[in-house]
Design a protein around this ligand. Structure first.
Ligand code: MN
Length: 159
């Protein structure tokens, strides 16, 4: 169900991106990835694993590691787990045409039930990557739009 939009937007005969297969949730740590996407508009894509897919946000001004910095994060369609390993060139004319590179990856952990957090529009979480280490929050600002807008904020160390 949740990969329907991912499938609809892409022609897998033309794009090298992974197909829309959904994985069973596995035990253990959940993965995250930040992909730098040099498309018509340069941005970062933040993806957090949950329920066998990658919940995804496009961050137009790029993610920041500086404490207190806030960035707009536009919710986009769920991506398959395999997308977290994807780097490459999406051909001209295809959805998201341009270059995708992995900027950082690792594991993430929500400070409360992530399903409820996503539903309610507030997620506080820790990223353990090579570059991204520490706490961030995602807070939904507007829900009436087709692409819900969130605010991604780098939090201080103290809880
Ligand atoms: Mn993108």
């Amino acid at each position: 169900m949740s990969l329907t939009e991912y499938r609809r937007k892409r022609d897998f005969d033309k794009t090298p991106e992974p197909g829309p297969s959904r994985r069973k949730s596995k035990d253990g740590a959940l993965s995250f990835v930040i992909q730098h996407h040099l498309a018509s508009h340069e941005h970062d894509d933040l993806r957090l694993e949950l329920d066998g897919v990658l919940k995804s946000w496009a961050v137009p001004k790029r993610v920041s590691r500086k404490h207190g910095v806030r960035r707009l994060a536009v919710e986009v369609e769920d991506h398959p787990l395999e997308y977290g390993k994807f780097e490459g060139e999406i051909p001209k004319g295809e959805y998201g045409a341009g270059t995708v590179k992995i900027w950082d990856s690792g594991t993430w952990e929500s400070e409360s039930d992530p399903h409820e957090g996503l539903r309610r529009g507030k997620l506080v979480f820790t990223l353990s990557g090579d570059k991204m280490k520490g706490r961030w929050s995602l807070v939904r600002m507007r829900t009436e739009e087709s692409k819900p807008q969130w605010l991604l904020t780098r939090l201080s160390k103290a809880r």
